[in-house]
Design a protein around this ligand. Structure first.
Ligand code: AKG
Ligand code: FE2
Length: 321
């Protein structure tokens, strides 16, 4: 955002425009065109909430769920969702329904925390291979959760990129599909709990998780053979691995049915997997000594009919800052 744009925004905020206050708060939260100051951003969002702005309550629900600008507190996140629903937000009402919560805040009146354990626990983990470690979790996500994630991410899709010789990602013919990342302005409470569910399967913490990606393949689009571990053959990539850790694990959730082809193919293992909607495939990318395991190279094969939607979570060996 340029200086004149910020100036205009500040003027509208001073004139009492609550919508502009929310826009400004979001910029301040991430430092876009203005100095980053998360506590100020939270204070602005709280001010906007006092004026009944559903967008502000929704953003606060994300901040509380993800621990951005606020200590991580899923119960508090749900309180903000209830507030947004009270201000008339249909998105908040739908998200609360998905989380199994009443949108009238009945639990708050009863002074009872919402039981989130069912949302953050996974059942039916099946070991497909010990070495390399491959797991399948059927019905990891519900149909409603899958539909929600597709709907939330769809508007933000852009061409998927590839990391090659440098730390900057590039367009490549080997990756022709589209993707989006659930950054703080696309994320929501549900996804934060789904990541807890993934962490429960992996017996780790979401602190090691990169930004969760939504992948979309139209017929003919593919993600050609690749390893998810990072190459360390250039100084930039070696430094990146030193600093941020290797990509140790990949967690994929298949979000739709009804396409042909489109399997995740591991040619060196003679293994191919195509989940039904909600099923998860989890695999390790590293050997026991932490070096890349080349037997885990894999491809997202092109679909021959119908589109494919997938949630892709890369997990590092070090906390992601
Ligand atoms: O689309 C697929 O099946 C594979 C996706 C993938 O390889 C990844 O996200 O790392
Ligand atoms: Fe991959």
């Amino acid at each position: 955002m340029s200086d004149p744009e910020i100036k205009g925004l500040l003027e509208r905020v001073r004139a009492g425009d609550v919508g502009s206050l929310v826009v400004l708060a979001k910029r301040v939260l991430v430092g876009e065109g203005i100095k980053q100051a998360p506590p100020d951003a939270i204070a602005m969002l709280e001010m906007a909430v006092k004026q009944g702005a559903p967008e502000a309550a929704l953003q606060l629900s994300v901040c509380a769920a993800w621990g951005v600008g606020l200590p991580r507190n899923p119960q508090k996140a749900i309180e903000y969702l209830v507030m947004a629903a009270g201000f008339g937000s249909t998105v908040a009402k739908r998200e609360l329904a998905l989380l199994g919560c009443a949108s009238d805040g009945a639990h708050a009146q009863a002074k009872q925390p919402v039981d989130l354990s069912a949302l953050t626990t996974a059942h039916g983990v099946r070991i497909v291979s010990e070495r390399p470690r491959i797991l399948v979790v059927e019905r990891f996500a519900t149909e409603a959760e899958c539909a929600w994630l597709i709907e939330r991410g769809r508007p933000a899709l852009t061409r998927a990129l590839v990391y090659r010789g440098s730390a900057d990602a590039q367009v490549a013919q080997t990756r022709t599909n589209t993707e989006m990342g659930f950054t703080i302005f696309h994320a929501d409470v549900l996804l934060s709990l789904l990541r807890d569910r993934m962490a429960a399967v992996l017996q780790t913490s979401t602190r090691f998780f990169e930004v969760t990606k939504l992948l979309h393949y139209e017929p003919g689009e593919q993600f050609a053979l690749h390893g998810d571990f990072l190459q360390t053959n250039t100084p930039e990539l070696a430094q990146e691995v030193d600093l941020r850790g290797q990509r140790s694990t990949t967690f994929l959730v298949y979000l739709n049915d009804g396409f042909e082809g489109g399997e995740t193919d591991f040619p060196r293992l003679g293994f191919r997997y195509k989940g039904n909607r909600g099923d998860a495939l989890v695999f390790s990318n590293l050997q026991a000594d932490g070096s890349p395991d080349y037997s885990t190279v894999h491809a997202g094969l092109a679909t021959t009919r119908g589109e494919k939607w997938l949630l892709s979570q890369w997990v590092r060996t070090k906390p992601v800052g």
